[in-house]
Design a protein around this ligand. Sequence first.
Ligand code: HEM
Length: 171
Amino acid sequence: MLLLIAGHETTANMIALGALALLENPDQLALLRDMDDEKLVVSAMEELLRYLHIITHNGRRRVALEDIGIAGELIRAGEGLIMANDIGNRDPDAFPDPDRLDIRRDARHHVAFGFGVHQCLGRPLARLELQIVYSTLYRRIPTLRLATDLEQIPFKHDGSVYGDYELPVTW
Ligand code: HEM
């Protein structure tokens, strides 16, 4: 069950949200579509994972195994922590100008797949699927565009995985 849900809900939402983010950033979309460059597809995929961060709503829960200091705070062994990875992915010290989608930046150190022993088990498969989609969709359908206003798109504010309930497009 975990593999089915974690493996479907996540990539399905990343595909729809990533397609939307590119349509909303036509300069980035043009770069990706027109430059036949495999490296750019990879960096675009990592940047979209960072920028969209679909696992937003429940945080990563951990227990400190030993005393650690983070940003001047002492966390004692045994205390619980909730990691807001989505905020980490918008940390300007790690990603300059973090609210900008820049498919040429090196975003490989994002934490969209978590970190440590429980880091996403399916990330090689997810990366493969996303690379295929982002490199194929706009070449197959170069005139793809939204069939509604952005404000009309129903986003998933109520699930553990972020995304959109529907994405009407036309071409
Ligand atoms: C874009 C797609 C995906 C994203 C953003 C994503 C993200 C995540 C995140 C944030 C975690 C928690 C990591 C942590 O606690 O440190 C996780 C765990 C997990 N993911 Fe994914 N995931 C994706 C796709 C997949 C796929 C395709 C599969 C399986 C086919 C999968 C299977 C799992 C499993 C089994 C875990 C639990 C690992 C554990 O607790 O040891 N995920 N994923």
